[in-house]
Design a protein around this ligand. Structure first.
Ligand SMILES: C[S@@+](CC[C@H](N)C(=O)[O-])C[C@H]1O[C@@H](n2cnc3c(N)ncnc32)[C@H](O)[C@@H]1O
Length: 203
């Protein structure tokens, strides 16, 4: 996601500091993790609809996570926290089995085969997620990108995940009810792209 440097970013981040994880993160349990949350349009809807659940958003770009944190701050939601980090180091923050759901929404597709390892559903990322996920844990994936989707179905299967609720056209499927749209989702579906979705269960 390309973005211009935000004005007064440090001051604005300081104002949202209570939206960021602090303290003993490793003791957290039953976490619902969104990786690559972008501007936060998805999590603000999901967290409002599930006030009894706890959500953590991971995003590697500080100017982007700032917008998401401000959205949560303004909506007064207390069940969402942010962590600016790269997904490759998640195991340094969270304990094994502490995550119930991982949401991957419109992850960067890295379409060239030589960059496949950078995809957030590559074998090495799935190893990280598998270790973090609880027994009934699952990854919920949405993307407009068919190359990334087909690749992910294969890596999920190879890693032993059980696939459910698979669709190649989410917005015209039975699973659209209760689907919260992300910023990229609105953009791509507005341009006529079909949205792919799947749930991948660890067991
Ligand atoms: C294409 S955007 C999608 C944003 C949002 N999920 C949506 O659907 O509107 C992908 C986002 O993932 C973030 N991202 C990509 N790779 C990441 C990584 N390894 N760790 C954390 N965030 C990552 C990017 O900075 C970007 O904000």
């Amino acid at each position: 996601m390309r973005m211009r440097k935000k004005k007064n970013a440090d001051i604005r981040l300081e104002k949202c500091s209570d939206c960021f994880l602090s303290g003993d993160i490793s003791s957290l349990k039953n976490i619902n993790l969104e990786i690559g949350c972008g501007k936060g349009g998805f999590i603000v809807q999901l967290a409002a609809s599930q006030p009894d659940k706890f959500f953590v958003c991971i995003e590697k770009m500080s100017d982007v996570i700032l917008l998401a944190a401000e959205k949560i701050k303004n909506s007064n939601l207390k069940n969402v926290k942010f962590l600016r980090a790269d997904a490759s180091v998640l195991s340094e923050y969270f304990s094994p089995g502490s995550v119930d759901r991982i949401y991957l929404n419109f992850s960067d597709p890295w379409p060239r085969p030589k960059h496949a390892k950078r995809r957030l559903t590559s074998e090495s990322y799935l190893d990280i997620y598998k270790n973090l996920l609880s027994e009934n844990g699952a990854i919920f994936l949405k993307t407009d990108n068919r190359i990334l989707f087909d690749y992910s179905l294969e890596t999920f299967r190879n890693a032993g995940f059980r696939l459910e609720k698979l669709t190649y056209d989410l917005h015209n499927s039975e699973y659209e009810s209760g689907n919260f749209h992300t910023e990229y989702e609105n953009n791509f579906s507005g341009k006529g792209f079909a949205i792919n979705r799947v749930e991948a269960y660890k067991n």
